[in-house]
Design a protein around this ligand. Structure first.
Ligand code: SF4
Length: 82
């Protein structure tokens, strides 16, 4: 998608990736509430806060929490790519 920005995490075992469209993220923090070990929100003065990945390689046991973050993100900017 032209102009989109994404963050990507690759897992060695099964190549699970979490994609984030950072241009559409508005820093609600729902993701960080659902998976606080995976996501955090960074303040950006003068702009919307923005999510950032905490973990380079989320453990499989975090998958359910990440799926909840994907489901409840109001802007629908998170995606797990298997
Ligand atoms: S819930 Fe969605 S829009 Fe809000 S900070 Fe997380 S990824 Fe960004």
């Amino acid at each position: 998608m032209p102009g989109s920005i994404s963050a990507q995490v690759l897992r060695e075992e099964d190549e699970m990736r979490v994609e984030i469209d950072l241009e559409l993220c508005q820093g609600h923090g729902i993701c960080a509430e659902e998976a606080p070990d995976v996501f955090r929100v960074v303040e950006r003065p003068g702009a919307y806060d923005r999510v950032e990945m905490i973990m380079e390689s989320p453990a499989e046991e975090a998958r359910v929490r990440i799926e909840a973050a994907v489901r409840y993100c109001p802007n629908r900017v998170l995606r797990i790519v298997d």
